[in-house]
Design a protein around this ligand. Structure first.
Ligand code: NAP
Length: 473
């Protein structure tokens, strides 16, 4: 076989599928994995695609198998393993070659790696890949950070392997340095909020309306035909309809109510706070996973407090279902408004000039949060240009006006019924705070001046002022 066009290190879930995707799209690829047996198993299972793949047992072999200038994708566990692979690659690559970290890196590590490789002659790209196993195999959403020139050098391969939405590729260069990994992080933060809000609605349907998994699945399947149409709603419906092969019971009822996390949700929250952006629905979703992990404590607390006070939802069932659909939609709008506000702040802080309509567009297919809604969102950004907040886009004002009363009713009734809806409640509080022209922070200013002489601004005169308590705090 002629030399490979590209190399890939790390034949785990994502790397192996990405490698097959690259090969299937006509790009010969050289692959390497730390554990050699995995490389052999992967190659054996590659079937007809074997003729497009060069399995390598050392990095020197990998470098030798690729036509220079060599692009090499690293798809291993984020963190130290990536640094180790970069260090090892520096020994075998030469000037002009490109190292592409395609894992879920913390964008601050990506920025550090750019500066560490500066002057080495090697080019670096930090690339976010979303879509899980299936996306990696048949078309992920690809978010690229680095110089535009380096992107151009691998653009053809990335476009070929990416998901397509109505023929448009879901891969794009988003900005320099850590831009791609930052956008991927916020994508995951939004995904946390989306998933948590869906789970909260499932909780209301299960515990508030007393519905069975299959009935709930049917509700989600119905909603998937409308404004909530998305991959996450679709798989929720499928999961709720599935039975456990061992017991014959609905599988969700056999699954422990404890969700793990790897880091991107937490990073989204940390970066939002660092940038001074409110991302309450994402924060609530991350916190909810933390609380979910305290299974034993929750069982003990239920014993201590009882479930007394938890009551069923009341009212006309069709009306409640309609409210639930709109509540989820309103919560989704708030969560996306927050995620895009975080990206906007980061874009300004790091000088990325992130293309918001493009981000919405490359999330329309391939990635986990793909949805009909993202098309509406891309349109809003295209029509409105720079937006202070998605909530201020005319189309979103209309949608939110229609949906927020339902969110309010659901959150109120859930609170009354003793059912937790942390992300939906946070989304509502965010919306109510955001649209309140005169808030309550005048009192906070006064308190801060009282105990710390911090001064306050007046509504009728410029400058800093002190209250009549000056000196008494
Ligand atoms: P995975 O299935 O657990 O595979 C991990 C890979 O990393 C294996 O090839 C492993 O090699 C390699 N590796 C681990 N530590 C290493 C080290 N110190 N040196 C060299 N290689 C090492 O992981 P994955 O799900 O494919 O995830 C890979 C990356 O993609 C991660 O950054 C992940 O966050 C990101 N990601 C995952 C998904 C997803 O849905 N799974 C989606 C988007 C992004 P061995 O075979 O030798 O152990």
């Amino acid at each position: 076989m002629e030399k490979a066009e590209i190399g890939l290190i790390g034949l785990g879930v994502m790397g192996s599928n990405l490698a097959l995707n690259i090969a299937e799209n006509g790009h010969p690829i050289a692959v390497f994995n730390r554990t050699t047996s995995r490389t052999g198993t992967f190659f054996e299972a590659a079937g007809d695609l074997r003729k497009m793949i060069v399995p390598c047992t050392t990095l020197a072999e990998l470098a030798d198998a690729i036509k220079p200038p060599r692009p090499v994708i690293i798809m291993v566990q984020a963190g130290q393993p990536v640094d180790e692979q970069i260090a090892a690659l520096r020994e075998v690559l030469s000037a002009g070659d490109i190292i592409i970290d395609a894992g879920n890196a913390n964008f601050r590590d990506t920025i550090r790696r750019f500066s560490e490789l500066d002057g080495s002659g090697l080019t670096f790209i930090g690339m976010g890949v979303s879509g899980g196993e299936e996306g990696a195999r048949h078309g992920p959403s690809i978010m690229v950070g680095g110089t535009e020139d380096s992107y151009k050098r691998v653009e053809k391969i990335l476009i070929d392997i990416s998901a397509k939405f109505e023929g448009e590729p879901c891969a794009a260069w988003l900005g320099t340095g850590g831009a791609g990994h930052f956008v991927k992080t916020i994508h995951n933060g939004i995904e946390y909020a989306d998933m948590q809000m869906i789970a909260e609605i499932y909780g209301v349907l299960r515990d508030g309306l007393g519905m069975k998994p299959k009935e709930i699945g049917a509700v989600f399947a119905e909603w998937n035909k409308g404004r909530l149409n998305s991959y996450l709603i679709e798989i929720t419906a499928t999961v709720l309809a599935a039975d456990d092969l061992d017991t014959g019971k609905p599988i969700v009822e056999m699954i422990l109510d404890r969700a793990g996390q790897k880091g991107t949700g937490k990073w989204s929250v940390i970066e939002a706070q660092t940038l001074g952006v409110s991302a309450t629905a994402i924060e609530a979703a991350v916190s909810a996973r933390i609380l979910s992990s305290l299974k034993d404590e929750r069982l003990a607390a239920e014993k201590a407090y009882g479930t007394g006070g938890v009551s069923k939802f009341s009212g006309n069932r069709d009306k409640v279902l309609h409210d639930l659909e709109l509540a989820l939609f309103a919560g989704k709008i708030a969560a996306y408004a927050q995620g895009f506000a975080v990206m906007d702040a980061a874009s300004k802080q790091f000088g990325w000039n992130l293309p918001m309509p493009t981000i919405a567009k490359i999330w329309r297919a391939g990635c986990i949060i793909r949805s009909q809604f993202l098309g509406t969102l891309a349109d809003a950004f295209e029509k409105s240009g720079a937006l202070a907040n998605l909530l201020m886009a005319p189309a979103f004002i209309e949608m939110m006006k229609e949906a927020h009363p339902s969110l309010r009713r659901i959150v109120a009734q859930a609170a009354e019924a003793g059912l937790p809806t942390p992300a939906l409640s946070s989304a509502l509080a965010y919306f109510d705070s955001y649209r309140q022209g005169r808030g309550t922070s005048n009192l906070i200013q006064a308190q801060r001046d009282y105990f710390g002489a911090h001064g306050f601004e007046r509504i009728d005169a410029p400058g800093a002022h002190h209250g009549p308590w000056a000196g008494g705090g």
